[in-house]
Design a protein around this ligand. Structure first.
Ligand code: AHR
Length: 496
């Protein structure tokens, strides 16, 4: 039995920015091409070349924003290659990802149309590593300038009269690595220079995101904050959950040993320490928390599926991924005073995807279902929770068996999400519902679970892992009792 969980339904700590549920789409493998984009002549149902099934599925999880075009690809991308009549667009080699031909058929206009169809904010990542200040300046002008100018005239020639609204703009990506192998002092100076020309035209106000640290490179955050904090609105952080070794073997997506499962959970939970330590540095220079921590790449990174292009980063997605997603969201909620946006890597067919496609078929992954179940947390008030729970043990190590997070929606509904990471044991829980004023609430619940550690959806069995009703939830005298099955993600809703 649980030691104690208290949900303080009357103590609101911060707003869970809906952008915490953001996405990332790179020109990598089959994310853009075959994932989002099939072209107007495709037999796959599409609107102006963009897959209809994908748009519908992402709208259903209230996708708040989408980061594009990379990733490492961003620092090799020259936006002018991706405008104008498609047949005339430059064909290039995607050197980072699989060495395949990039025909630039999906460019600025296609991306902005996609965001429009999704009802999602665009988050565009500019090129510092191999681009110029002028190129970045002109992209902003092309996108957002209304009056008479070379770039706005070019946009009009390409069929778009009105400027677009763009808020989020990244000045480089992983500039400590694929984005130029820079040292923090050097990047910080480049950031200062490039961002000067990332201009606000008319009433379009940009939110400028500086390229942040890799994992636990606290010195990077220190230097960026010390040297450039007043010139940024956000600072990024990248951290992937990799059970094995990045170069020697990350581990299979679909065949985890018990120990790999445990390590995956342990590494997912490490996100909390990383955010805490980077936040402390940010607090030193920005005590009012004006600058957002933007975790614009996170998720599991396993070995690619056997037989697929190693440069395409295609991996299956199991109940283990669902738990990793649930744990991450709980950590992000906890830090929502500083974490203003996160972007799972990546939306379709790459790394921890929410959707997988094969020709005209599309499936929803277990991770997708977590996004769908957790959408109730978007823009809700994060509630104070205290949780002292049983341990999930492996050899000499232990982790908290259950992770819990709660929020209050604008309509007063309280949503409690719970992850039981134990592969074998149920979690019988009793939650104290402190602070409820309106008598006993109406309670409903949903659960995503599976009977094997590698359970996943396939194109033949697309519903294998999908949410079901969570039964036997009882509320009496201000306490809620429920039993969570092993390997499960649940959401319980209290309403009046
Ligand atoms: O998401 C895949 C890659 O991981 C991105 O391109 C890069 O930014 C990171 O290293």
């Amino acid at each position: 039995m649980t030691k104690q969980i208290i949900i303080n339904t009357d103590i609101e700590k911060s707003t869970i920015n809906k952008n915490i549920y953001g996405h990332f789409a790179e020109h990598l493998g089959r994310c853009i091409y075959e994932g989002f984009w099939v072209g107007e002549d495709s037999p796959i149902p599409n609107t102006n070349g963009i897959r209809n099934d994908v748009v519908e599925a992402l709208k259903n999880i209230n996708i708040p924003l989408l980061r594009w075009p990379g990733g490492c690809f961003a620092d090799e991308y020259h936006w002018k290659d991706g405008i104008g009549p498609r047949e005339g667009r430059k064909r290039m080699v995607n050197t980072h990802w699989g060495g395949v031909v990039e025909n630039n058929h999906f460019g600025t206009h296609e991306f902005m149309l996609l965001c429009d169809m999704l009802g999602a904010e665009p988050y565009i990542n500019g090129n510092v590593g191999s681009g110029t200040v002028l190129e970045m300046q002109e992209w902003i002008e092309y996108l957002t300038f209304e009056g008479e100018s070379p770039m706005s005239n070019l946009r009009k020639e390409n069929g778009r009269e009105e400027p677009w609204k763009v808020k989020y703009f990244g000045v480089g990506n992983e500039n400590w690595g694929c984005g130029g192998n820079m040292r923090p002092q050097y990047y910080s100076d480049l950031y200062r220079q490039f961002q000067t020309y990332v201009r606000n035209y008319g009433d379009n106000k940009l939110y400028k995101i500086a390229g942040g640290a890799n994992v636990d490179d606290y010195n990077w955050t220190e230097v960026l904050m010390r040297e450039s904090a007043p010139l940024m609105d956000g600072l990024s952080l990248h951290y992937y959950t990799i059970p094995g070794d990045f170069w020697e073997g990350k581990g299979s997506a679909t065949d985890p040993s018990e120990s790999e499962w445990f390590i995956t959970m342990q590494k997912a939970l490490h996100m909390d320490e990383l955010i805490t330590k980077h936040s402390t540095i940010m607090d030193k220079y920005d005590p009012d928390k004006r600058i957002g921590m933007i975790i614009d790449e996170w998720g599991t990174w396993f070995d690619v599926e056997p037989g697929t292009n190693p440069g395409f980063l295609y991996q299956q997605n199991t109940i283990r991924d669902a738990l990793v997603a649930g744990l991450h969201f709980h950590i992000f909620h906890e830090h929502s005073d500083r974490v203003h946006m996160t972007n799972i890597a990546q939306t379709i067919n790459v790394l921890q995807s929410v959707l997988l496609t094969e020709g005209e078929k599309m499936i929803l992954t277990p991770t997708y279902h977590v996004f769908e179940m957790f959408k109730v947390h978007q823009d809700a008030q994060f509630l104070s929770v205290s949780a002292d729970v049983q341990s999930y043990k492996m050899d000499e190590k232990e982790l908290p068996q259950v992770s819990v997070s709660a929020s209050k929606a604008a309509n007063g509904e309280v949503n409690i999400s719970l992850c039981n990471i134990d592969t074998k044991n149920d979690a019988p829980l009793s939650l104290q519902l402190r602070g409820l004023t309106e008598g006993e609430p109406k309670v409903t619940g949903r659960v995503l679970t599976a009977d094997k550690t590698n359970s996943h959806n396939t194109f033949d069995q697309p519903e294998n892992v999908s949410p079901k009703e969570l039964k036997n939830i009882n509320v009496s005298e201000g306490a809620l009792s429920v039993t969570l099955p092993p390997m499960s993600v649940s959401v319980i809703t209290l309403s009046n």
